[in-house]
Ligand binder design. Structure first.
Ligand code: GDP
Ligand code: IMO
Ligand code: MG
Length: 427
């Protein structure tokens, strides 16, 4: 009964979509377990290039069931449009299911995400403004509406009436904007209900049955571990846990079912949105990485902040997730650099530290301590065997492995499935 959790080891956009699309070939179920349409997972395969926001990246295999788990917040309009686009491009969604326990993003969540960001002024978090934070706030505040609520329209109307009355007070009295109309919101959500009802069910039982049959289940992480509300750069984080432990909760399986936890890391670092990033490069090296890798947000198009690999942060996320293996993506982006740097410690005030501080004011003062390695200055994107990599690339990977403290299992040298080096088996 193998379960592999695929987890972002940095600040998101590590290439989880590519890795899940690759591993899903052997899986009977893929479950997205956290976040919402703040995620943007790029998949390049024989169907073309896709940017998935809610639908799991296993959707391209006819035999693979894809579940949007209870831990995800769903914008129904976004999901319906994503399903439509997949179908138009020949991708079947008959095996897609939605947990009846997944919460819904409502129009006031999107409005409030923008209004809250504006009210933070210089301290804005740089959210994706998709309503994800406010939807998780309502989940915790017991003011949420869940996918299962779409199946009982009378109860939905009552719940919406109660919640909207309260939300409209906040919209009109705190933010001084127009209230939302109960009729309009209700009618829109009734239409979404018609379209989505066939997909909604109790999904944790489906996962349980697959595991009991000894089938492979993948947990598809969204965001990255350094955006976790507990262990990330709080408050510059997202609102649900992207960690492996979040995977158990958000998919509805016991922690004792997790056998393999694959951490996905880029060969360097990126971050989109605000908050500390010790190895950020605001110079021509950072610009070169951004332009070579086209580091612009999949969901918002914002330029991603780029920098050298931060091994202090990586060792930390490996520990809190319990990674059993790592995938290093985008190695090819480093092909042109004569020298490479890896951050192996921080200088904090006058001290040298080797841990990732909880306090963002401390993290903002951290100066990276770098170790330099020679680059390989040769193309790698055509290579699919570990032994054929240039010796300097192997040394770079071996050093990452040593510093993270976890074996490298997969290496990606391009966005396509075949641009992958299987160094050691995951299962
Ligand atoms: P995710 O959110 O973790 O799924 O990652 P994103 O899709 O947001 O961003 C990763 C980007 O890197 C996408 O454009 C992928 O197509 C691309 N990608 C993944 N692996 C590689 C790789 O090894 N090399 C290159 N050049 N691109 C890659
Ligand atoms: P994937 O799954 C990168 C970031 C936002 C912002 C912070 C809070 O594609 O790796 P939110 O909208 O969640 O309230 O924004 O989190 N963020 C991501 N950054 N990749 C993502 O997802 C992200 N999802 C959220 O940019 O800094
Ligand atoms: Mg992404």
């Amino acid at each position: 009964m193998p379960v592999i959790a695929v987890i972002g080891g940095q600040w998101g956009d590590e290439g989880k979509g590519k890795v899940v699309d690759l591993l899903a070939e052997k899986a009977s179920i893929v479950v997205r377990f956290s976040g919402g349409d703040n995620a943007g997972h790029t998949v390049v395969n024989p169907y073309g290039e896709f940017k998935l926001h809610l639908v799991p990246s296993g959707i391209f295999y006819r035999h693979t069931v894809c579940i949007i788990g209870n831990g995800v917040v769903i914008n129904p309009a976004v999901l319906i449009s994503e399903i439509g686009q997949l179908n138009e491009r020949g991708v079947d969604t008959a095996k897609l299911f939605i947990s009846d326990r997944a919460h819904l993003i409502m129009p006031y969540h999107i409005l409030l995400d923008g209004l809250e960001e504006e009210s933070r002024a210089g301290k804005a978090l740089g959210t994706t403004r998709k309503g994800v934070g406010p939807a998780f706030t309502d989940k915790a505040a017991r003011l949420g509406i869940r996918a299962g609520d779409l199946l009982d329209k009378k109860a939905l109307l009552e719940r919406l009436r109660f919640i909207l009355e309260y939300k409209n007070i906040i919209l009109t009295k705190v933010y001084e904007v127009n209230p939302l109309s109960l009729d309009e919101v209700y009618n829109d959500y009734c239409q979404y209900a018609e379209r989505l009802a066939p997909y909604i069910r109790e999904t944790s039982i489906m996962v349980e049955e697959a595991l009991n049959k000894g089938e492979l289940v993948l947990l598809e992480g969204a965001q990255g571990s350094l955006l976790d509300p507990d262990f990330g750069t709080y408050p510059y984080t997202t609102s649900s846990s992207p960690l492996a432990s979040g995977g158990c909760l958000g998919a509805g399986i016991s922690p004792n079912r997790l056998n393999h936890i694959l951490g996905v890391f880029k060969a360097y670092c990126t971050r989109v949105g605000s908050g500390p990033m010790p190895t950020e490069l605001k110079d021509e090296v950072g610009n070169l990485i951004r332009e070579r890798a086209h580091e612009y947000g999949t969901t918002t198009g914002r330029p991603r902040r780029c920098g050298w690999f931060d091994a202090v942060a990586a060792r930390f996320t490996s520990r809190i997730n319990g990674f059993t293996g790592v995938a290093i993506t985008r190695l090819d982006i480093l092909d042109v650099f004569p020298r490479l740097k890896i951050c192996v410690g921080y200088k904090l005030d006058k001290q040298t530290i080797n841990y990732f501080p909880a306090s963002i004011t401390a993290l903002e003062r951290c100066q990276p301590i770098y170790e330099e390695l020679p680059g390989w200055q040769a193309p790698t994107s055509h290579i699919n065997e570990y032994d054929k990599l240039p010796p300097e690339a192997k040394k770079y990977l071996a050093r990452l492995e040593e510093l993270i403290g976890c074996p490298v299992k997969l290496i990606c040298v391009g966005p396509r499935r075949e641009q992958t080096i299987h160094k050691t088996p995951i299962l």
